[in-house]
Design a protein around this ligand. Structure first.
Ligand code: FES
Length: 103
């Protein structure tokens, strides 16, 4: 059963940026695209690199190690050398200004 996990304050994630956070025993990347919040696992499915250290371009995150790109809305692997999608999580922002992640 899915639970809503309280993460961090939305103001901690600058617009058009991504940060890494440890929540509920998971290392997640949290993204802000023009005020829309997305969350995925932070460790690339291809190797030991953190997506929060990558380059966010619209809804695409480029891995810093071999430049594979994921769509952060679905976690879909879009470019080589990626072959495996990354897990993405639904998010919402509460009235208290915190991001909640469904997991
Ligand atoms: Fe991310 Fe290779 S580790 S593309």
């Amino acid at each position: 059963e899915k639970k809503l996990i309280k993460a961090i304050e939305v103001i901690k994630v600058p617009e058009d940026d991504v940060i890494g956070v440890d929540i509920n025993g998971l290392n997640l990347a949290i993204y802000n695209v023009e005020g829309e919040i997305f969350a995925t696992d932070n460790i690339c499915t291809h190797g030991n690199a953190k997506l929060c250290d990558g380059f966010l371009d619209g809804y695409k995150i480029e891995c810093p190690l071999h430049q594979g790109e994921f769509d952060i809305r679905s976690g879909k692997a879009c470019t080589s050398p990626l072959t495996e999608d990354i897990k993405s999580y639904p998010t919402k922002v509460g009235d208290d200004g915190f991001i909640y992640i469904s997991m």
